[in-house]
Design a protein around this ligand. Sequence first.
Ligand code: AMP
Ligand code: MG
Length: 489
Amino acid sequence: MKESQKIKEWPLEDSYRTLPATFYSLQQTNPVPKPEVVIFNHKLAKERSIDETIPSTDMGLDWLAGNRIPHRSEGIAQAYAGHQFGQFTMLGDGRALLLGEHVTPKGERYDVQLKGSGRTTFSRGGDGRAALGPMLREYLVSEGMNGLGIPTTRSLAVVKTGQVVQRETRLPGAVLTRIAKSHIRVGTFQYAAARGDVSDLKALADYTIYRHEHAVSEEKNPYLAFLCQVIDKQAHLIANWQLVGFVHGVMNTDNMAISGETIDYGPCAFLDQYDPMRTFSSIDRQGRYAYGNQPYMANWNLARLAEALIPLLANNKETAVQLAQQAIETFTPLYTSYWLKGMRKKVGLIDNEQKEDRSLIDRLLKMMAEHKLDYTLTFRQLSTEGTLPASVENEEHCQAWKKEWENRVDQQSRSRSDIQNQMLSVNPFIIPRNEHVEQVLEAVENNNDNTLLRAFVKAIQDPYKETETSKRFAQVSKSKTPYITYCGT
Ligand code: AMP
Ligand code: MG
């Protein structure tokens, strides 16, 4: 017998409903016939004090499938807008449902949102549903990002619905439960600005400050301080992405979270062979969101946020524009300093920065691009063996670089083992590499076999450590076909 009688209600809160009604629409459930748990994140549940018996009870399963809403009869679909590949559009959650906010004993507030839970008032032509593969993919990559130490929304569960969704083929349907600091996006501010009601915009800014940037309310110009905080967090986030070779794939302004968490995993991927212009997404034909463009696109998106905030920055429009511009101009120096700090760590430089460090790093990256070296494996080998990949052993300029690097590293007042330990702590042994993610998904989708899934999750949760389990996922096949991810949502 299931423990349905024993489970307590999930006392989710709903502070988002204190915002003006234009920011959301109330949604009833869209029940599914046969919910079945594929994976539940016990580690996350423990970290956030979420009841771990949820997936093993009828009521809990109904929550995760969107058949029932904890505590009340309606959830929320959030309104937002966004520049999608540069085009401005009014959007909103077309297939997501905010169940409410989970507050931990420490008072941290997290959104609990279902993705793939059915149509909403914002669905336009879509079916409101999601397929199992892409939902598991989000689960895996977000868990991997968290393991790498990069801010991200988390995944609590993936539940099969028992329904079929029609994409290019017929696929099993699924619902993902996402836990996030919030789902307020750059696009949420654009939505408020486009509607033109300054009091709504102010309400959104005040609410967001309450959720994420409490300290700025003490500032003389809290909205400007808020903008600066968001810029700083994004500069840090994008630097982190670049340092691990993560390509988001759809950096539209509706997919950029104000909290500074990585959000909306669609056709994302990790670099294999290093190539600054690498894209993976089948829909990004112009390379707008290529690896090397990510810092520029983040800067562009933040400029859209700054634009939206102009009515709040100063009474005088000219002053407000000037303040917005000055704030935006801080992005590049912030980003560059986070990136350089991270890159110096990756190549084992701990002591004070020297002028030549930047050039040493740039030349390594140039070499990696020229010889199509694997991004993750190259940095890892440099950490474990202190060597470059065998394929460039006979390349004079590569070996000259290596000598120069060794000299630079040895100039430091640190032991080799200190330096190596630092390198091993920032150069992962594994990343959620596409070929492994695909193998895992295939085993679950085609053979109903979760063994590989469990092993993979365990490995990517601890990606800097080399273990028996993780070895299998560090191997790279010799396939020369460039990997392409399809939205396939
Ligand atoms: P995304 O590309 O996933 O960031 O989504 C962009 C917009 O399309 C969002 O407003 C989504 O809610 C909406 N959307 C994506 N897939 C679907 C779907 N299957 N049904 C309804 N809306 C969708
Ligand atoms: Mg999105």
